[in-house]
Design a protein around this ligand. Structure first.
Ligand code: ADP
Length: 397
């Protein structure tokens, strides 16, 4: 949409504004001040050059400035870097091209208080024109409490999921114990019977052979239970579908972004175009990528080093795909690196040390692999590889 060009030069409008700000307080201004100051939300008015023309009481208490300190100042003052440097450009582009970057309801942005601290706010901006007055009105709402509540809910969800996983494992373990225990008990009983026959001295070969056959059948049954379990963990071909690895990674990144709101860490995607599709259980591959990203974020948070986890996708020499998850944390100690993919290897007080061993099994079950190496910057770098889907695996059109 092309906007009408400005009829009046911005400097002329600004001069009118400055004159108005300095003009003796009229009854109309008094009324407007009283109205603005009665508002519960912080309200900031700016002129077309971005200079603050009004700053109500709620804005004073939210941002820690008095109106006298900010009137006439560029509104960038209330924004942290890097938004601060971009703001003039937004106003300029809006006024000359109509690009709707600054106008709108309820954008989430970060504001900067007088003491330099920052806070998340919900910002709605409208444009006003009245006579020769022209400017923008911004309504600011503090949403730090909402952010804290969301983070708490996320933490709770995590704890529940963790408890759920533990519960599921407990169930599985007792199931396995039960299933395997039965044939083992039978084997034990048959072996004791054989011993008794031999001890009595009346062990007929046919009778012994019969008991030994029973032992073999029970051992076979125990083997079936174990094979069944492995099959279950591997998840059969039925759950495989041909998908784009980038789409899977993008979906994971949206979930991680939710976790990262209000945190200093960030996730960077570097996705190669035109990669071969892969035939996988999408949810399992996403679990692997999510686990690697979370480990990286956790390592950086704990060590207070670095802030970025990068997820890169690329094709490998055999036209398969690789997903590389790299962090800027301290990396692995040699001791952990040596046994990294073994179950129950953990350095975390609440860790189970199962994440990476499960990730590795999932990758192997997909005909792929998972490897670790130290990133050039010293952090951890995990690479998962998947073969490209072959033509026969493509779903029918
Ligand atoms: P858990 O997170 O439950 O401990 P994992 O199998 O996911 O189990 O990880 C095993 C261990 O490997 C962790 O306890 C940690 O010491 C180490 N580790 C995994 N990823 C990273 C990483 N990105 N940076 C540093 N250490 C890591």
């Amino acid at each position: 949409m092309q906007r009408e060009p400005l009829r009046q030069h911005p400097c002329a409008i600004a001069a009118t504004y400055t004159a108005k700000v300095n003009a003796p307080v009229t009854a109309a201004h008094d009324r407007l001040d009283a109205l603005l100051n009665a508002a519960v939300d912080a309200i900031v008015l700016i002129d077309p050059r971005g200079h603050i023309t009004r700053f109500n009481r709620a804005a004073e208490s939210l941002l820690g400035y008095t109106a006298a300190e900010v009137l006439g100042e560029n509104v960038r003052l209330l924004m942290p870097a890097p938004y601060r440097d971009e703001h003039d450009g937004y106003i300029h582009r809006y006024l000359h091209t109509g690009e709707q970057r600054i106008i709108g309801i309820g954008r989430e942005v970060t504001a900067c208080r007088r003491d330099g601290s920052t806070l998340p706010i919900n910002l709605s901006v409208g444009e006003f024109r009245s006579g020769e007055e022209h400017g923008f009105v911004g309504i600011l709402r503090d949403i730090s409490a909402l952010h804290a509540a969301t983070r708490e809910a996320e933490a709770l969800r995590e704890r529940l999921a963790h408890a759920g996983r533990l519960g599921l494992m407990g169930e599985m373990v007792s199931g396995i114990a039960h299933e395997v225990n039965q044939p083992l008990t039978a084997i034990h009983n048959y072996a004791s019977a054989c011993r008794r026959l031999l001890a009595n001295g009346n062990a007929k070969p046919e009778a012994l052979a019969e008991v030994l056959d029973k032992i073999a059948r029970q051992a076979e049954r125990a083997g079936q239970v174990i094979r069944g379990l492995r099959g279950m963990i591997r998840a059969g071909d039925a759950t495989r579908e041909t998908v784009s690895i980038n789409a899977l990674v993008e979906e994971v990144s949206r979930l991680v972004e939710l976790d990262l709101r209000g945190m200093p860490q960030r996730l960077l995607l570097d996705l190669a175009p035109a990669l071969s599709p892969v035939r996988v259980d999408g949810v399992q591959i996403q679990q692997v990528v999510m686990n690697l990203i979370r480990n990286g974020l956790e390592a950086m948070r704990e060590s207070k080093t670095g802030e970025t986890v990068t997820v890169e996708t690329r094709s490998d020499a055999a036209q398969g795909v690789e997903v590389v998850v790299r962090d800027q944390g301290p990396g692995l100690t040699a001791e952990v690196a040596e046994r990294l993919f073994e179950p129950f290897v953990t350095t975390k007080t609440k860790g189970m040390g199962l994440g990476l061993s499960i990730c590795k099994s999932i990758m192997i079950a997909h005909g792929g692999e998972l490897q670790h190496r130290r990133a050039p910057n010293g952090g951890a770098e995990f690479t998962l590889r998947l073969p490209a889907a072959t033509d026969e695996e493509e779903p029918a059109p």
